[in-house]
Design a protein around this ligand. Structure first.
Ligand SMILES: [Zn+2]
Length: 449
């Protein structure tokens, strides 16, 4: 028996296994032929076993022709695809090739699945049929099964694409593809530690290449568990990777949507570069809607005053009674669009902003706008007279989000339980607009569950 065969026989591949292989021929050593490797793997699974390789396609192809469109994921996959007796699924982006008794069962109808890697695809079927997964000279980031877990959890960073494939009658079929993985996933390497702790990987080698063998079912379940705990678990940590930052924004946006929040960023002045600013907000999953504090019309009432008629009725004016008076003016006077409430202001007046006003006095039933105004609130010159009060609220100039001053956790709680359905405004203080907004948003996001 050749050394290659001996090495493969000692990896732990089961006779009769359904074996899905991701591999780098180069890692094994220059002289190894793709045909030899495939032959040895076939022998390892025996005649009763089924061998599978990814045969993914280039995005540049006009349409996918299962018989002729080349695989772009390595020379072994391309050789395997062309072998007699190999079947290939018809998904335009993520087709899979297989040889063996279960090939049809694994591949048929792939093009009709919701996503290329999710439920009822060759990847998911392989895992649920008790298949084994072999990585030869490639790392965790080649594990397509990660995308199966992502698709099953319907993670928000998966996207849609239009695709075309040639059907068996030679007709080009158009399909809308959902749950397309795309993009980068630098954090997936951290999964190996968990796999190791749970004894899910057998390590070995073929030639110079390191190998990892695992059972696909437990591997899939473990990835689902990790991603359920943290939907960003497979993404790059930090903010150096553009792809992963965008993906995290989509997760945040979904979270916000789930919380039912209507969030606006209230700025003291126009950002120097509005497009950069828009992009920055998008990174935080916020629909790029920012408002200028000066554009927001507010009539601020001193304590015990009666609301005047708003200066004009052309734009929506919002009435802001003193916290103590909020409950007294619950009927909105003519000409006003809603009631604003600033929890911090109530806190400074010695009132418990949430328990005392919003909940006990049931003000949440008629308050339409809440200002999340903690942070540096040194705003004076840029403010319109109607908003000047914001700068009067804080003498020490710095209030830190979520550290008790504004009972901001209550805001999150109100979002979560949907017992306040109005708008939240994050008030950005004067200063370096980009830095301050970033800091506020980071603190705000840290409060989210
Ligand atoms: Zn990344």
């Amino acid at each position: 028996m050749s050394i290659l065969k001996q090495e493969i026989q000692s990896l732990g591949i089961a006779k009769g296994a359904t074996l899905f292989v991701h591999c780098s021929l180069k890692a094994i050593g220059a002289e190894t032929q793709a045909e030899t490797l495939i032959g040895a793997l076939r022998d390892a699974v025996s005649e009763d076993g089924t061998l599978m390789f990814p045969t993914f396609t280039s995005r540049q192809e006009d349409y996918f022709d299962p018989d002729n469109t080349p695989s772009v994921v390595g020379v072994v996959t391309e050789v395997f695809r062309k072998m007699p007796g190999t079947l290939r699924s018809k998904h335009p982006r993520h087709p899979v090739a297989a040889q063996g008794p279960l090939a049809h069962q694994l591949l048929d109808g792939h093009e009709n699945a919701v996503g290329p890697c999710g439920l009822d695809t060759p990847f998911e079927r392989h895992a649920r049929m008790g298949g084994q997964l072999l990585l030869i000279g490639v790392d965790f980031d080649t594990l397509t099964l990660l995308h199966t877990a992502e698709a099953i959890l319907e993670l928000p960073y998966l996207s849609d694409f239009k695709g075309k494939y040639l059907d068996k009658n030679g007709k080009v079929q158009h399909i809308m593809m959902h749950q397309i993985p795309g993009g980068h996933r630098g954090g997936v390497h951290s999964f190996e530690k968990v796999f190791r702790q749970r004894d899910l990987i057998s390590y070995g080698s073929i030639g110079n290449a390191r190998t990892m063998l695992m059972d696909a079912g437990p591997a899939l379940d473990t990835m689902i568990e990790l991603l359920r705990g943290d939907p960003a678990a497979a993404l790059c940590p930090g903010d150096y990777c553009g792809d992963c930052v965008d993906f995290k924004a989509k997760i945040r946006a979904k979270q916000l949507g789930y919380l039912g929040a209507k969030l606006s960023i209230l700025l003291p002045g126009n950002p120097k570069n509005p497009n950069n600013f828009k992009k920055m907000l998008e990174q935080f999953g916020i629909t790029p809607r920012f408002e200028l504090a000066s554009d927001l019309n507010i009539v601020k009432l001193k304590r015990d005053q009666d609301p005047p008629t708003p200066p004009n009725n052309e734009s929506p004016w919002i009435l802001q009674p003193a916290p103590e008076d909020l409950v007294k003016v619950e009927k909105l006077p003519d000409g006003y669009a809603g009631f604003a409430y600033a929890p911090l202001e109530a806190a400074r007046a010695g009132i418990e902003p949430f328990y005392g006003v919003l909940y006990k006095e049931k003000c949440r039933d008629y308050v339409t706008d809440i200002f999340i105004e903690d942070g540096l609130t040194d705003l004076p010159e840029t403010m319109t007279p109607s908003l000047e009060y914001l700068s009067e609220l804080v003498t020490e100039k710095r209030i830190v989000l979520g550290q008790g001053h504004g009972q901001l956790r209550e805001i999150i709680s109100a979002m979560r339980m949907r017992n306040f359905s109005g708008r939240y405004h994050i008030v950005v203080p004067k200063g370096d607009l980009y830095v301050e907004t970033m800091r506020l948003l980071e603190e705000f996001w840290a409060l989210l569950p």
